[in-house]
Every structure is written in structure tokens, then in C-alpha cells.
Design a protein around this ligand. Structure first.
Ligand code: HEM
Length: 363
């Protein structure tokens, strides 16, 4: 029987009770943590994913001959778009790369034409991906609890965070062996310290995919990055191990990643409003939609770091209407990202700017 993909309709989204108030609380708590970190460094950083490890220029090549269900939105025609990629780690502070934390893969596609999800006048389509398929705190009420955990982090040392990670990984191992579900806090803290370039990155939450609904992911495609999957970061590599991995790799060679869409086929088992639910691959596989290629380059010059960290903002709401972010987590991000961005740009006295050409990326 042919697969039947769920059609996008606005009522797939159902506002969460008290969503406005919960979002306000989360954004307020984030701002508080952000102020503490800025005071520590005398510089405003992102409230999440503060530490970057590489800023890459590349291309997104939409695959030719995509079937109708995949030839949607940005991927409707076999075009090539310039992209900027910012690689990061999740804390809203500059932690040692020996602390195992989630990695971020923030992609900015330049030259995306079409109606916007919000009228921002931009021509960018951002996809913000993390190396875990689900957000354990999957709706705004649960996320508000995570925020409580994160807010304590500015006062914790790298060693305390390292110990918390070790304890969480031991708990995750024991619970998995006993076939028991992982509590969200354990799942969040149990990240492994693996080479960032070998990871697979996920949108965790859903987006509109033209006429359909999908989660987006990026997986290593070329053999050189596939061979890095699961390779631990060596202890001796120090505080900036991830930056060194990325810069040394791209000084020598380029890499390709595969961009994929997992389309929703069942609204009950693949919910839009709960990002903690893993969409089963037996119901709907990840299907290739584009190739991301990054040639060999100087991946982290001071000019690039300053531009990506201090000028740019990546935001899931920098989006075409065809890729409107969906669900309460995504809706809360509509308020959180501009607030964080505004804080650091004001604190640093640097104007925010959204690029319209890849030529703006410094070498
Ligand atoms: C689906 C779950 C999520 C994913 C995959 C995700 C991913 C990311 C990534 C990759 C970045 C780094 C962007 C960059 O390189 O500039 C980022 C930044 C950020 N995230 Fe999230 N995030 C998620 C949920 C949330 C939620 C629920 C909130 C708060 C309500 C949030 C708040 C932030 C903030 C404030 C920033 C910094 C924005 C800036 O100052 O420019 N994120 N996120």
C-alpha cells in the first residue's frame, strides 16, 4: 500500500494551556542567566549554544527528481543555495570541550524565496539541529522545568558539570539495560563527548514541509566524516578540542552531509505538540532531500568567529511559510531567540544583521 503522508493543516497545532505565561517565564529566566554570563565575560553571549567551534561556507544542493512528497518548499526544484554553518555546543556559557554536552549544527540557507512564516523581509531559511533526535522536555511546561536546571549552570564549575554528565551516563546505561525509560534530565545530561563532525543532527521538533509535516536531520555522507562517528574527543586535546578538530579537518579536506526529511504519517504516534516523542522510523524513514557540501577552508578565522558569534542570529523562525516551525516548543522559540539576540547585541554594542549574500561571510 502506498504511504499516506499527513497533510499540513493549521489545526495540527493545539496551543498548550498557559502557554503565554510559561513562555514568558522561560524567556525571563533565560535573560537572567544570560545577564550573569555576560557579567562574567564582560561580553554578551548566546543564551544557548554560546560556544562556536567552526563557521563554514558551503552549498545545499537539492536532489534532482525528488518525488512530489519531498519536492516541497525550499526543495521544490533542484536548485543550489549558498549556506553558512555554525557548529556549537549547547551551554549558554564557554565551557571546556572536555565537558560532554550536546552539539549544535545551525544552518543558514541564503536566497530562499517565497512567503515568510513571519513578515521579517529576510531571504534566509535557518535549520537549527542538535545531535539528539528528541527534546526530552518536549512541551513548554516541561521545558520550563529544564530551564530551572539550566539556570543553575552559570554557578557550576566545568568539573561539576563533567561529574553530572558521568553520573547521567551511568544512570542511562543501567536504565537502558533494564529496559526502563530515561527521565528527561538524565537523557539531557547523558550526552557523549564524541567528535562533532561524525554526528547526526536533528530538528527534534516538527516543521511544516510544504503540503506535509516533517522533522529535518543532517547525517554525515562523505566517508571522511562517516568514519568519525562515535570517535571520542581525547582528554589530552584540551579546552578547545572541538575547535581544533574542526579547523584541522577543514584545512586539509572538505565534507558532505545528507539533509533528510522524516515525514509525519500518523498524528498520534508522530505528534507535533510533543517533541519528546521519537518518530518511529518503521512508520516513516528519513528520506534524502539535499546534499550539503563544505569545501576545504579556514573554518574559524577571528573575522568569521566575530561575524557568526556577534553579528549573526540563527533562529528557527527565519523561515519560509512552507517550513513554519510547529508545536509549543517551536512557538516559544519565536519569543526566546529575538530576546537573547537583542540582549547580546545591545550589551556588545553590535548591530544584528541578516545576510542576503554569501559574499558577506568574512574569509
Ligand atoms: C527543538 C528544540 C531545539 C533545538 C534543536 C535548538 C537548537 C539550537 C541551536 C542549534 C542553537 C544555536 C544557534 C546558533 O548557532 O546561533 C540554539 C540557540 C538558542 N536556543 Fe535553541 N534549540 C531548541 C529549543 C530551544 C528552546 C525551547 C528555547 C527557549 C524557549 C531555545 C532557546 C535558544 C536561545 C535563546 C538560543 C540563542 C539565540 C541567540 O542568541 O541568537 N532553544 N538553539
Amino acid at each position: 500500500m502506498p504511504t499516506s503522508y499527513v497533510r499540513y493543516r493549521p489545526d495540527l497545532e493545539v496551543p498548550f494551556p498557559d502557554e503565554e505565561e510559561l513562555t514568558r517565564q522561560v524567556v525571563q529566566a533565560m535573560l537572567h542567566a544570560n545577564q550573569q554570563v555576560a557579567a562574567k565575560h564582560r561580553h554578551g553571549l548566546r543564551d544557548a549554544h554560546a560556544k562556536s567551534h567552526g563557521v563554514l561556507a558551503g552549498e545545499l544542493r537539492v536532489l534532482p527528481d525528488l518525488p512530489e512528497h519531498l519536492a516541497q518548499g525550499l526543495f521544490a526544484r533542484p536548485r543550489t543555495y549558498p549556506v553558512v554553518l555554525r557548529l556549537s555546543t549547547a551551554p549558554g556559557d564557554l565551557r571546556s570541550d572536555q565537558v560532554p554536552v550536546q552539539r549544535g549544527f545551525a544552518l543558514k540557507v541564503i536566497g530562499a524565496e517565497g512567503p515568510r512564516a513571519v513578515e521579517d523581509g529576510f531571504t534566509t531559511q535557518d535549520f537549527l539541529l542538535v545531535n539528539h533526535p528528541t527534546l526530552p522536555f518536549g512541551n513548554i511546561a516541561e521545558y520550563a522545568k529544564l530551564q530551572g536546571l539550566l539556570e543553575k549552570q552559570p554557578q557550576q564549575s566545568d568539573q561539576q558539570l563533567q561529574r553530572a554528565g558521568l553520573a547521567a551516563r551511568a544512570a542511562a546505561k543501567a536504565l537502558t539495560a533494564a529496559h526502563r525509560p530515561l527521565p528527561p534530565a538524565v537523557e539531557t545530561l547523558a550526552a557523549a563527548n564524541h567528535n562533532i563532525l561524525g554526528e547526526t543532527f536533528h530538528s527534534m521538533a516538527a516543521v511544516r514541509y510544504g503540503d506535509y509535516v516533517a522533522k529535518i536531520s543532517a547525517a554525515p555522507r562523505s566517508a571522511n566524516v562517516r568514519s568519525l562517528t562515535g570517535k571520542p574527543v581525547a582528554k589530552r586535546d584540551g579546552e578547545s578540542a572541538l575547535r581544533d578538530i574542526v579547523t584541522e579537518f577543514f584545512r586539509r579536506e572538505g565534507a558532505e552531509y545528507e539533509l533528510r526529511a522524516q515525514l509525519c504519517t500518523d498524528v498520534e504516534r508522530m505528534p507535533v505538540e510533543d517533541a519528546s516523542v521519537l518518530w518511529p522510523e518503521e512508520l516513516s524513514p528519513h528520506q534524502s532531500i539535499a546534499v550539503l557540501s563544505f569545501p576545504a577552508q579556514e573554518a574559524y578565522s577571528d573575522e568569521r568567529r566575530r561575524w557568526a558569534d556577534d553579528v549573526l542570529s540563527f533562529n528557527p523562525w527565519h523561515a519560509l511559510e512552507a517550513h513554519r516551525p510547529l508545536g509549543s516548543i517551536m512557538r516559544s522559540r519565536r519569543r526566546a531567540y529575538p530576546r537573547s539576540s537583542e540582549f547580546r547585541h545591545t550589551y556588545n554594542g553590535i548591530a544584528e544583521h541578516e545576510p542576503s549574500s554569501i559574499d558577506e561571510l568574512p574569509q
